[in-house]
Design a protein around this ligand. Sequence first.
Ligand code: ZN
Length: 58
Amino acid sequence: MFKLACGDVMPGCAARFENSDRGAMLGQVAAHAASAHGITEITPEVLAAVESQISFAA
Ligand SMILES: [Zn+2]
């Protein structure tokens, strides 16, 4: 499973994501970022910050 704690990218956020499909998880994160954080544009910088916090556990 790919896992991401939003709080590692956006301090104070308790949202957590996990999905066996990395791309699908990024989609969930993008939807959450838009609705919870007002981030409607995933810039390369934002994507890099998110991807650096993704962990993988089988
Ligand atoms: Zn969040």
